[in-house]
Write a protein that binds this ligand. Structure first.
Ligand code: ZN
Length: 296
């Protein structure tokens, strides 16, 4: 740490993780590999122009169990990961589903044997191609203690599902009292911070939340009290970010949070510009961080 001279008070940092959801959309109309990759490349171009590494979600789900774990996508993931971006295992079991072993109407994240197979096979398939996942993110903020233990056992130490303020039992999402900045936690008690050097701890990086609402853009999809590029506005994205910066200054503590952006909207000028302008706004008062460089 540099010595702090009188009158030269260091401002606490505000750091942003860019969580890139690469799911094709709509779920019922899978797009061809070439058009998906074109969108991925455009997203990469925007992020790199802003100096922002991405945490890129790699989808697995019942209708695309291995599609994104094979070529031509693996080469793209490999190139990303070797140039400062990170990879996130992202299992959407009900949106791109339901899985054939679905039990009743309960969220599939609660089906531990099913999730064990999903996680083990995805990690194994990527590992056989020389690639590792750096993090996990469940759809609709879903996370369970069992999933936490499974990803830990599979070598994944970072969790990105936390949406502070959210409690959706239908989606296995329970973050109503979660901390507002990155923290270490144990899978059995994911909302309670523990010392970062705790054995078997996961690093949790929560979504940026302005502390209001929480307001949603549609059922089970966060809205303008979080940073979600495709389902909010530039003004709201900037307002939420400014709240994070103010919180860091007010508490005199570094804050590390995430925003989410989806590749499906690449090619739509207004949404591309919203992302570009949001990143420019963030860059003026904070910095972007790769999840592998985050410490609690
Ligand atoms: Zn998704």
């Amino acid at each position: 740490m540099p010595a702090v001279e009188p009158g030269n008070v260091l401002m606490p940092e505000a750091c942003l993780v860019i969580n890139v959801d690469t799911d094709p959309d709509p779920a019922s109309v899978p797009q061809d590999d070439g058009s998906l990759l074109a969108k991925y490349r455009r997203m990469r171009e925007i992020l790199e122009a802003a100096g922002a590494p991405g945490a890129w979600c790699v989808l697995t789900g019942p209708i695309c169990r291995t599609r994104f774990l094979e070529e031509p996508f693996v080469s793209f993931w490999r190139d990303l990961r070797s140039t400062g971006h990170s990879l996130v295992l992202h299992a959407e079991e009900d949106l791109y589903g339901p899985p054939p072993d679905k039990q009743g109407t309960a969220c599939s994240y609660l089906n531990a044997p099913h999730m064990q197979t999903v996680i083990r096979e995805a990690v194994g398939r990527m590992g056989a191609q020389g690639l590792a996942f750096d993090a996990w993110r469940g759809g609709y903020h879903g996370f369970t203690p069992q999933i936490g233990h499974m990803i830990r056992a599979a070598g994944i130490g970072i969790e990105l599902s936390c949406g502070p303020g959210i409690e959706w039992p239908e989606k296995a999402a329970a973050w109503q009292r979660a901390p507002l900045s990155a923290y270490a936690m144990l899978p059995d008690d994911p909302q309670t911070p523990v010392p970062p050097d705790t054995a078997c701890a996961l690093l949790e990086i929560p979504f940026a939340w302005d502390g209001t609402g929480p307001r949603l853009s549609r059922p089970f999809v966060i809205g303008d009290s979080y940073m979600i590029n495709e389902f909010s506005t530039l003004e709201a994205n900037c307002r939420v970010w400014d709240a994070i910066v103010a919180r860091a200054a007010g508490t005199r503590e570094r804050h590390i949070v995430s925003m989410i952006t989806h590749t499906f909207a690449m090619g739509q000028a207004d949404i591309e510009n919203r992302l570009i302008d949001t990143l420019a706004h963030v860059g003026r008062s904070g910095r972007f961080i790769d999840i592998r460089a985050v410490t609690a």
